[in-house]
Design a protein around this ligand. Structure first.
Ligand SMILES: [Zn+2]
Length: 118
């Protein structure tokens, strides 16, 4: 069941109940974060940087191609595994398209959401 399916059901249930189910569903979707981090071996898809802390934890971030705040899209094709520097550049600078092109070159077999022009 997708978030959209849940939203269509709102007329049948109370708003608070639906809200609870939707947030649960979104939380569940976050399991993809772990899946994709493992898939890319905790390495930045753009610059290939891999950082492990002294406690043994990998320092790597999840970026959303279409911002999470807009669509809550946690499907794998909307997610990127990036180091903090590439993530900041992707979200806040004009290097967005360059970063995505580099990622597509690095992993041509992976399907991604179309980039949103900002
Ligand atoms: Zn990077």
């Amino acid at each position: 069941m997708t978030i959209e399916d849940l939203r269509k059901l709102t007329h049948k249930h109370s708003h608070s109940k639906i809200k609870k189910v939707i947030s649960k569903c979104m939380y569940r979707d976050r399991r993809n974060y772990k899946v994709i981090k493992e898939f890319f071996n905790y390495t930045c898809q753009c610059c290939k940087y891999k950082l492990r802390s002294t406690s043994g934890k990998y320092i790597i971030q999840i970026a959303h191609i279409i911002p999470h705040s807009k669509t809550r899209d946690n499907r794998l094709e909307n997610l990127l595994v990036l180091c903090s520097r590439c993530h900041q550049e992707f979200d806040y600078s004009d290097k967005r398209n360059r970063i995505l092109s580099r990622i597509r070159r690095n992993f041509p077999e992976v399907k991604y959401n179309e980039i949103e022009t900002i």
